[in-house]
Write a protein that binds this ligand. Structure first.
Ligand code: SAH
Ligand code: SF4
Ligand code: F3S
Length: 473
């Protein structure tokens, strides 16, 4: 059943040994690293692996680029805007390299997996030491060792993707964390570059996922987010176990209180998943279900393999079965050939569904994707107009929808706090992903102690995106 190979253990071991050697060499020097991450949660999670390897190599973290001895950009290429920023930011590092000749500069991630782009970057910025794609993450120590000896590396392998287990992970946060359940994507939505830069879909072994969640639970993490480009098509390579069963199994792990997941593709959302969401208290009452467009004609062109009606039917089922569920989404405006009528269908769908958040994007042509060469590309000014119109409708919907929470009591997992006019405000989320703020009168130690706790909060007011509450009791 397994349709991929795991990265050979010997290769991982060689890199671990390499990290050890680097550690011996550099730890007396007190060198610092700085990671700049772009893109989705999966890229963010890869950055935690990069941090894990850098710490093994003997670097310590620093937030300030100017005092770093190792700077790495973990890039995204899902839209053009992200790419432009990377070129600008890499260009700006020249001055730092001149000031600190031992500075090592690395660029990795999805954007670098496009060989044309990585070769161009390699030529254009001779002071960049290390460039690698999405299949080479575990080889970072080897590339650093070469850089310490003055060698440049450009490593982008066009393999369909292995699954690499056992890279050390330095997790951000203390009670909430991410766990990959799968890598890559097979869907080839016509606008999307992800399948080209992340390779074919591969599910991780159930045993590996389970023991990772057990480990993080032992370290005190109580909320986990299971990550994959399309979690609903998870299929264990050993047993064929599907996503709903995986959720059920993981919910049995001691210490895990909340389970989130993303992203769900509507075409693969099963009744079994809805059932687990309805019946398992640990599975959060929230689903991120990207619709992309409200027009069936455009959905077909996007190769999404569901219609407007099918999507609305799913929303109906979710709402009927899963009490208090909230739905968030992604939407693209200005896909090639999108008419005013198509766009109006998107607006009407947003009104009909009442999303509790919508991430909205202007279509950005991506090299090598089918939609990039479709006729009737939409003028950028028109895309912008549609984006603003869509955002206005979403904002109006949010305002109305938020009202329904007033007067209710919700369980908030406290994530952090800030101080406004001398008053502490705690922030956190309900199970349904709505974010909540509430004032808290206590000293700083008690405020810090509150982070990671789950408390009852009376919802008394709303802002544009969030709810305002008062601690209950
Ligand atoms: N796997 C996830 C999404 C990954 S990309 C899913 O299928 O839902 C995140 C979002 O970026 C997508 O949902 C889409 O809305 C947006 N996106 C992807 N490619 C894009 C492009 N070429 N132009 C604009 N937005 C894009
Ligand atoms: Fe891209 Fe579609 Fe795959 Fe999501 S499901 S990553 S949008 S190809
Ligand atoms: Fe994520 Fe961007 Fe890559 S959205 S998978 S980092 S192209």
């Amino acid at each position: 059943m397994r349709n991929y190979i795991e990265t050979p253990a010997a290769e991982l071991e060689a890199n671990r040994l390499c990290a050890k050697r680097i550690n011996e060499q550099i730890s007396p020097l007190g060198l610092k690293y700085h990671i700049e991450a772009y893109g989705c949660q999966m890229n963010g999670h890869d950055s935690e692996r990069i941090a894990g390897m850098l710490v093994e190599c003997g670097f310590t973290k620093c937030d300030d680029k100017a005092s770093a001895d190792f700077i790495i950009f973990n890039t995204c290429c899902v839209r053009d805007h992200a790419e432009q920023r990377v070129f600008g930011n890499v260009g700006a590092l020249k001055a730092l390299k001149d000031a600190n000749p031992r500075l090592i500069i690395a660029v990795c991630g999805c954007m670098m997996q496009q060989e044309k782009v990585s070769r161009h970057l390699y030529k254009r910025f001779p002071y960049v030491d290390i460039i690698f794609g999405t299949n080479e993450l575990h080889r970072l120590p080897t590339m650093i060792e070469a850089a310490l000896m003055g060698e440049r590396t450009l490593m982008v392998r066009n393999i369909d993707g292995e699954v690499t287990e056992g890279i050390p992970i330095l997790r951000n946060g203390t009670f909430s964390t991410n766990v990959n359940i799968m890598f890559g994507c097979n869907n080839f939505c016509s606008y999307c570059i992800v399948p080209y830069v992340r390779g074919r879909e591969r599910s991780r072994s159930f045993e590996r996922i389970f023991s990772e969640v057990e480990d993080v639970a032992k370290c005190g993490f109580s909320e986990i987010t299971l990550l994959g480009q399309n979690v609903n098509s998870y299929c264990s390579p050993e047993s064929g176990m599907k996503f709903p069963a995986l959720l059920d199994k993981i919910s049995g792990i001691d210490g895990i209180e909340r389970i989130r997941f993303m992203t769900s593709h509507p075409k693969d959302l099963s009744d079994e998943l809805i059932e687990v969401m309805a019946t398992n208290d640990k599975v959060c009452k929230h689903i991120h279900l990207p619709v992309q467009s409200g027009s069936t004609r455009i959905l077909e062109q996007m190769n999404r393999r569901y219609s407007r009606e099918h999507y609305l039917e799913l929303v109906g089922k979710l709402r009927q079965r899963v009490q208090d569920i909230e739905i968030t989404t992604d939407i693209i405006v200005g896909f090639p050939g999108e008419t005013e009528e198509d766009f109006n269908q998107t607006l009407s769908l947003v009104r009909e569904v009442g999303f509790s958040a919508a991430f909205t994007f202007m279509y950005s042509p991506r090299p090598g994707t089918k939609a990039a060469s479709m006729p009737n590309q939409i003028d950028p000014a028109e895309k912008k107009r549609r984006l603003l119109a869509l955002n206005a409708v979403e904002a109006e919907m949010l305002k109305t929808n938020n009202q329904k929470f007033i007067g209710k009591v919700g369980k908030v997992l406290v994530e952090g706090f800030d101080v406004r006019d001398g008053q502490y405000f705690m922030n956190g989320r309900l199970s349904n992903f709505k974010s909540v703020y509430f004032p808290f009168d206590a000293d700083e130690a008690a405020v810090r102690g509150m982070v990671g706790k789950t408390v009852d909060v009376n919802i008394v007011d709303t802002t544009n995106n969030s709810l305002i509450g008062e601690l209950n009791g």
